[in-house]
Design a binder for this molecule. Structure first.
Ligand code: GDP
Length: 333
C-alpha cells in the first residue's frame, strides 16, 4: 500500500471503520474514500457498483455491517442476515468488477461452532452447529468469507478475511438493548452510580467467558494484515498461502475473562459501590469463544491495549460524549 493509493473504508462511521480511518491517517495514508449511508447505500447493488467503477479504489477495508449485541441479534434475525448478505455481495462483486487490488473483509468470532475446541483455530470454521442467538449474523459472515474465498479461487482476487474477537472502545454503541456487554455495563454502572441505586443487573449467569480486544488494536491489526498480505502475495506468505483456509485470520487479545469478572472490573473503573445481581432470564449465548491468534502473531503482530486501560479510556469517552451516546448516535472522533 502506497501513501497516495486510494483506500475505501466501508463503514467508516462504525466502531471499527472509524478506528481504521484514525490508524490510516496516523500512518500518513491520506487518500481515503469515505461514504456515509446517506451518500451511498451499500444495500443498493447498482449504486455500489457505480461508485466503485467511478472511483476505482485500490484497497478496501470492508468494515460495514449490521452489528449488535445478543438481544439485538435475537430480536431482529431477519434484518441481521438480510442486510449483511446484501452489502457483502454488493461490495465484493463491485470490488471485483473494478479490479480492487486487495480487500480486507471483517467477520466475527461468532462464525465458529458453539462448542468449538478452545482456543479456536481458523480450521474450526464449518465443523459444527452455531450458537442460535446469533446464527443469522454468523451465517451471513460465513457467506462473506466463502464469497471472498470463491472469488479468490475463480478470479484470482486477493481478499482476506479477519475474524475479530469481541471488540470495544471509543465510539462504541451504548444503546440500552442493542449494545454489546462492555458498553452496556459501562452505561448501567455509571447510571446506577449517579442515581445511587443499591444494585446493578447483569444479564445471564455471569459464567460465560469472553475475550475483549480494543478497537485501536483491531485497526492496527487490519492495516498490518493488508500490508503483510501485500508483501507476501497469494502464494508465498503466511496469510496468503495456497491453502484456502489461510485466507482467514483470527484477531484476538490472547486471554479471556468471565462476564462476572468483567462486571467487577467495570464496577471498579466506574467507581460504583453497590452490588451485582445476575438475571438468568437473559441468554448467556455461547459459553466461551477464545480465539487462537497464533497465525496473526506469526506475522509479527501483538495487541497493545490492556483490558483495564481500554475500559478506562472507553469510560472516559462515554463521559465526554454522554449525550450523543445516550441517543445511540455517537460517532467516533
Ligand atoms: P456475544 O459475545 O455475541 O454473546 O455478545 P454480547 O456482548 O451481547 O454478550 C456477551 C455476554 O455478556 C452474554 O453472556 C450476555 O448475556 C452477557 N451480558 C451481561 N450483561 C449484558 C448486557 O447488559 N448487555 C449485553 N449485550 N450482554 C450482557
Amino acid at each position: 500500500m502506497q501513501k497516495n493509493d486510494l483506500i475505501f473504508v466501508a463503514g467508516h462511521r462504525g466502531l471499527v471503520g472509524s478506528a481504521i480511518v484514525r490508524r490510516l491517517r496516523a500512518l500518513g495514508f491520506t487518500n481515503l474514500l469515505l461514504r456515509t449511508r446517506q451518500e451511498l447505500d451499500l444495500a443498493d447493488m447498482a449504486a455500489v457498483r457505480a461508485m466503485f467503477l467511478a472511483e476505482r479504489p485500490a484497497y478496501v477495508f470492508f468494515a460495514a455491517a449490521k452489528v449488535g449485541g445478543i438481544m439485538a441479534n435475537n430480536s431482529y434475525p431477519a434484518e441481521f442476515i438480510r442486510d449483511n448478505l446484501l452489502i457483502q455481495l454488493n461490495v465484493i462483486d463491485a470490488a471485483h468488477a473494478s479490479d480492487v487490488k486487495k480487500m480486507l473483509f471483517l467477520g466475527s468470532s461468532c462464525i465458529y461452532p458453539k462448542f468449538a475446541e478452545q482456543p479456536i483455530r481458523e480450521e474450526s470454521l464449518l465443523t459444527g452447529a452455531l450458537e442460535p442467538t446469533n446464527e443469522p449474523y454468523a451465517v451471513a459472515k460465513i457467506a462473506g468469507i466463502v464469497t471472498c474465498r470463491s472469488y479468490n479461487r475463480q478470479y484470482g482476487t486477493r481478499y482476506i478475511s479477519a475474524m475479530p474477537t469481541n471488540l470495544y472502545g471509543e465510539g462504541d454503541n451504548f444503546d440500552r438493548n442493542g449494545s454489546h456487554v462492555l458498553p452496556a455495563l459501562i452505561r448501567r454502572f455509571h447510571e446506577a452510580k449517579l442515581a445511587g441505586e443499591p444494585e446493578v443487573v447483569v444479564w445471564g449467569s455471569g459464567t460465560p467467558q469472553r475475550e475483549f480486544l480494543h478497537v485501536d488494536d483491531m485497526a492496527d491489526a487490519s492495516v498490518h494484515l493488508m500490508q503483510v498480505w501485500a508483501e507476501a502475495g497469494r502464494d508465498g506468505g503466511i496469510v496468503g498461502g495456497p491453502n484456502a483456509v489461510n485466507e482467514i485470520v483470527n484477531v484476538g487479545y490472547g486471554s479471556d475473562v468471565s462476564i462476572r469478572e468483567l462486571a467487577e472490573l467495570v464496577r471498579e473503573i466506574v467507581k460504583y459501590e453497590g452490588s451485582l445481581i445476575f438475571d438468568s432470564s437473559k441468554p448467556d449465548g455461547t459459553p466461551r469463544k477464545l480465539l487462537d491468534s497464533s497465525r496473526l502473531q506469526a506475522t509479527g503482530w501483538s495487541p497493545r491495549v490492556e483490558l483495564r486501560e481500554g475500559i478506562s479510556r472507553t469510560y472516559q469517552w462515554f463521559l465526554e460524549h454522554h449525550e450523543e451516546a445516550r441517543l445511540g448516535t455517537a460517532t467516533a472522533r
